[in-house]
Design a protein around this ligand. Sequence first.
Ligand code: NG6
Ligand code: CA
Length: 502
Amino acid sequence: MLSWIRKNLSPALIFFFILVIQTNAQQKPNIVLIYLDDLGYGDVSAYGVGTLQTPNMDRLANGGLRFTNGYASSATCTPSRYALLTGTYPWRNQDAKILPGTAPLIIDTAQMTLPKMLKEQGYETAVIGKWHLGLGTGFVDWNQEISPSPNHVGFDHSHILAATQDRVPTVYIENGRVVNLDPKDPIQVDYDKNFDGEPTAISNPELLTMKWHHGHNNSIVNGIPRIGYMKGGDSAKWSDVDMADHFLEKGKAYIHEKAKSDKPFFLFFPMQQPHVPRTPHPRFEGKSGMGPRGDVILEADWVIGEMLKTLEEEGVLENTLIIFSSDNGPVLNDGYYDDAVEKLGDHTPAGPFRGGKYSLYEAGTRVPFVTYWKGIIQHGVSDALVTQIDLLASLAALVGSEEIGPDSQNLLEVFMGKSQKGRDSFVLEAYTKTALRAGDWVMIPPYPGPAVEKNVNIEMGNSPDYQLYNLKEDPGQKTNLAQSNPEKLEEMKKKYQEIRGD
Ligand code: NG6
Ligand code: CA
């Protein structure tokens, strides 16, 4: 046989065959991206700052690589998700801001995305959870197939909530179709005006089981007042307290099915906790002693544990890279009276950082960030500067693609724990304002607006003056060095302008 091969095939051809055999043998890992909503740096006990205990998040953080300088691109949801999936700074896209439930899809269907890149490399792809990147192209008819949807930007399968748990429509959408919709009770959604005769939090406060604090006084669903007006679609409405179980069941079913496939899979699992309204299943009610915010974090932690168990049961945990992070920093009162402030106790959701969700200060964007791959990534802590924007180029490098995305950097070696050399710099975004992190420094340009957003009680980072902080010496951003270190300030201003290009 061997001599036949030598006689009849050229050495080049033999080399080619060996290569083909080798490439097939190197199986690409599954990738599971667990992405929480408003979870703070200090909400994960492995980060060692808060008092809430999150054993399953810790299992990832302590068994994998825990980043202390890991950033969401933004201090709010939509822009962070946009950057994560496209590898593009969200401030390059004016539409990448908190979207209503009726907003059109803000990812161009021609644009490269993380799931598209993985699909090109042989992956099966799915998103199960919160979307909040818009749907359709303009007016959406929720009673027909909604297009474009996640299925048009790289996901083979999608089972989502359109925007946020506090925004209508309060229904699940699978592959562009509202689930359990009765055609005789069509859904209508409007963000400007109510439908005649429909109760709202203002007209019928007696129907409320949760009180609104600011915003959130439009349609009432399951006793909870929402943002936006909705009529019809009763049979399709989700149950808030069952949402965690619902997405878990869908996530588990996906893993069970795809673990048997010979293709690798990518599961984007964006969870709704601890975003408002915080509606823990009764199993978790009162469990944290911190009110619903703490309870839903424990619920999310349990869900993550169940997802890990499912990967183990299927025997694929060793061949699965898990990435765990959050879309922005923490907020306590985000529009409902739910005891988040009153029952916080000693817990510190923002960790050692200043600000929170919506803020240019660190707690807005510095989030829990973990890479975990059993048997491959050695456990440890990395202080390298990494951002979610870098996942596109880095995962591309992992699976043999050359896609990079405009602003994404290939930090694969860093994510795998083989290098400590992260990014040099990064322009973070908060509520359409931006600031520069470079090395140990951060520079926040002057912005008008209140220093503290009263409703949420968060320092926004607005100031008439330039702000400059050395985060290594002063992680809490207490001492503004703009006056005392003018050279550094100039250097940072220059770099910021270079990146922003304006
Ligand atoms: C704000 C909401 C807040 C939350 C946020 C989006 C009000 C007053 N506040 O406009 O409750 O829904 O949008 O959060 O309506 S995010 O995490 O999806 O960006
Ligand atoms: Ca969020």
